[in-house]
Design a protein around this ligand. Structure first.
Ligand code: SAM
Ligand code: SF4
Length: 327
């Protein structure tokens, strides 16, 4: 699939907007209205959209949410995805709290080699504060189980926030000195009305300075096939890789090869623009594959060349929360 000069081969599938965590930057503390059950795309509907996408050039998918592992039947769904021969790369983003050694083994047996875990702190009390749940040890044990089982690469996503984990950037980056993890610091984006705002953003330049101050130079290394927008670096002597996802300080729109399918069955060509195209309703109304292909092509016409996040005011920011789009 083509959008301008970009070849779109990557579909991010949000299977649910629900989550067992309440990360402060993702879901508001105030009562939050999740999508009604009937309006969530069913697995067979998602699989049909993925198959059509594959006919049009999709070769890579990421399953995300909300928290994908809170949705019933998720292992069945992932197994079906793994059977789609055109898909060369299937990965999952998770908070890790619903997985354990056996479930990771089951995922690996299906062919999943890549998991991204979210982890914003190494301090259990701070983990409770940011996620609203006392699950630090559970998540850490899951990450270690994935490591022991040989899952590779294991990516750790950390949203950097002033006044919360700026004093831990060095320690979190230091994980790459001990483990072959890919630790990626993500600049906070203001999405919806959460109780974290732009004043808590830490830009990559400052994150890098904190790391260099503690661990010495960061050496840039060539991008791997699965690095996405994160620019990879290493610290001397470490087996792991550090990455920086910079939607605010340096947008990567010209390289963006993604299309998102939200859990309510809309196609969203850009995380940071509110325009979405409903594909679920036509599908439920009996549209044939050709008509659904055309909907995908039309949706991609809306893929912007540049989101200009750094120039936006709070009023222009995405109205949807990350959990309802799929991070
Ligand atoms: N529940 C899973 C998890 O946390 O990994 C998958 C969904 S979550 C929405 C995907 C990613 O989006 C996480 O790494 C999370 O830290 C990130 N994220 C959520 N809200 C964000 C925000 N406002 N700015 C930057 N990253 C955000
Ligand atoms: Fe849930 Fe992930 Fe959002 Fe945290 S970031 S609330 S784990 S969906």
């Amino acid at each position: 699939m083509i959008a301008g000069t970009r070849n779109i081969n990557y579909l991010r599938i949000s299977v649910t907007d629900r989550c067992n965590f309440r990360c402060r930057y993702c879901i508001p503390a105030a009562p939050f209205k999740f999508i009604e059950h009937d309006n969530i795309a069913r697995y067979e509907e998602i699989l049909r959209i993925v198959r059509i996408g594959c006919d049009m050039g999709i070769t890579k998918v990421r399953v995300t949410g909300g928290e994908p592992f809170v949705r019933k039947g998720i292992f069945f769904f992932i197994r079906q995805l793994c059977r789609i021969s055109q898909l060369k790369d299937i990965s999952i983003t998770t908070n890790g709290s619903r997985l354990n050694r056996n479930k990771i083994k089951e995922l690996m047996d299906m062919g999943i080699q890549r998991l991204n875990f979210s982890l914003d702190t190494l301090v259990p009390e701070k983990f409770i504060w940011i996620t609203g749940r006392d699950r630090f040890h559970k998540v850490w044990d899951t990450i270690m189980a994935a490591h022991d089982l040989g899952m590779s690469p294991i990516k750790i996503n950390t949203v950097a926030l002033k006044g919360f984990n700026d004093d831990e950037i060095q320690a979190i980056a230091g994980l790459t000195l001990k483990y072959p993890f890919h630790v990626r610091f993500i600049e906070h984006m203001q999405m919806g009305d959460t109780d974290v705002d732009a004043s808590q953003q830490i830009l990559t330049r400052d994150i890098k300075n904190l790391i260099i101050g503690a661990h010495g130079p960061l050496t840039a290394v060539p991008k791997g096939a699965n690095d996405g927008p994160a620019k990879p670096y290493v610290l001397a002597g470490g087996p792991g890789i550090l990455g920086f996802i910079t939607p605010v300080s340096s947008h990567f729109c010209s390289e963006c090869n993604r299309l998102r399918l939200t859990s309510r069955g809309t196609l969203r060509p850009c995380l940071l623009q509110n325009n979405e195209t409903d594909i679920l309703t036509p599908l439920r109304n009996g549209a044939d594959d050709e008509a659904l292909k055309q909907i995908m092509v039309t949706a991609l016409k809306d893929k912007p060349l540049c989101h200009n996040l750094e120039k936006r005011t709070a009023r222009d920011m995405p109205l949807n929360h990350m959990t309802s789009i799929g991070g």
